[in-house]
Design a protein around this ligand. Structure first.
Ligand code: AMP
Ligand code: MN
Length: 318
């Protein structure tokens, strides 16, 4: 795919990602946004996302993110990154449907390809890595490099998860050559937690329950507890990794309440369970080792249903 060729003659271009945008989603959307602004100065480029966490506010373009989507004039090209179109925030769906051309760039194995043109590479560590591959390097600068770098470090756990390839490391090396303060970015966007985020992490670990002979673990935050600590979903990123890191655990499940009898579920695993299959069964998706979905029912219903599918995936490996 050639991004600039796809945008040839366009005067209105939009970029969006998925609901509750994570580091890869924000990084790849803002990298593409900056690139298009630079290469297509005659076009109006707009980035639509739900308000991302404050930790991403240092990325150029963050202040221009539109979360309302009130401009309803049709777009010539509409990019959906790191997501299938169904997972876009609601207000963006209306304008997506009216776009003249839709382009989908993603690395989720569960994405079967969508839009007029799709570029889905499940082997890529992150959508940000794909954006790096697709952009003309003569346009690269420290701000675009930093946005891509954030995307990569968030989806690879700072070059740590199995989705990190030799190519990912090469790209990381190229990116830090542009001279942004990468140790500070890693600390401030990936590892650092506020005091209250740390307290909530503590609660989650303390109240976790192991199941299936101790091979799986689940913990759940209900709305009441989230309100007590005054936290929202943006404060919970990364918690599930702490459950996954526990010795002997093959599959970790973290859930938080999103509505009455509704939970956002995050799944993480080692080589024993393909959690993308588990999540896909419940209408979600993701990757083999990291996936998510939304489930309805009581906490116990959700865990019972999940455990049946986790068991099925585990048995395939035996
Ligand atoms: P999370 O547990 O939300 O951090 O998500 C883990 C991985 O699964 C990320 O790559 C997400 O983009 C993906 N994912 C989470 N929820 C969904 C969903 N409902 N549909 C498709 N992919 C998802
Ligand atoms: Mn991603």
């Amino acid at each position: 795919m050639n991004i600039l060729q796809e945008c040839q003659g366009a005067s209105r271009i939009a970029v969006t990602g998925h609901v509750r945008p994570d580091g890869d989603c924000v990084g790849s959307c803002l990298a593409l946004f900056q690139y298009l602004q630079k290469m297509m100065p005659q076009a109006r480029v707009q980035v639509y996302l739900e308000q991302p966490a404050d930790i991403f506010s240092g990325i150029r373009g963050y202040d221009q993110i539109d979360s309302a989507c009130e401009d309803t004039d049709p777009y010539d090209v509409f990019f959906v990154l790191d997501s299938v179109p169904e997972r876009m925030m609601e207000p963006a769906k209306k304008i997506y449907d009216r776009a003249k051309k839709t382009v989908n760039i993603d690395h989720h194995i569960s994405n079967e390809g969508a839009g007029d043109l799709s570029w889905v590479v499940p082997e890529a560590s992150s959508t940000a890595e794909l954006i790096y591959e697709l952009i003309d390097k003569s346009a690269m600068d420290a701000d675009i490099a930093m946005a891509i770098y954030i995307g990569i470090i968030h989806d690879t756990g700072v070059f740590q998860y199995s989705n990190t390839s030799p190519r990912t490391m090469e790209i990381g090396a190229q990116l830090i050559g542009y001279g942004f303060d990468f140790p500070r970015l890693i600390l401030e966007t990936f590892y650092q937690r506020t005091y209250v985020q740390s307290q909530v992490l503590g609660r989650v670990l303390l109240e976790s329950i192991r199941f299936m002979d101790g091979s799986c673990i689940v913990s759940c935050l209900d709305r009441k507890t989230m309100d007590f600590y005054n936290v929202n979903h943006k404060d919970l990123d990364g918690i599930v990794n702490h459950l996954r890191n526990i010795k002997g655990i093959h599959c970790a499940v973290f859930m938080y309440q999103t509505d009455v009898l509704e939970y956002k579920v995050s799944l993480r695993s080692d080589e024993w369970v393909d959690v993308s299959k588990v999540a896909a069964f419940f209408g979600g998706g993701g990757h083999m080792r990291a996936a998510g979905c939304t489930m309805r029912g009581t906490f116990h219903d959700c865990v019972n249903n999940l455990s049946l599918h986790i068991k099925e995936e585990m048995e395939k490996q035996e």
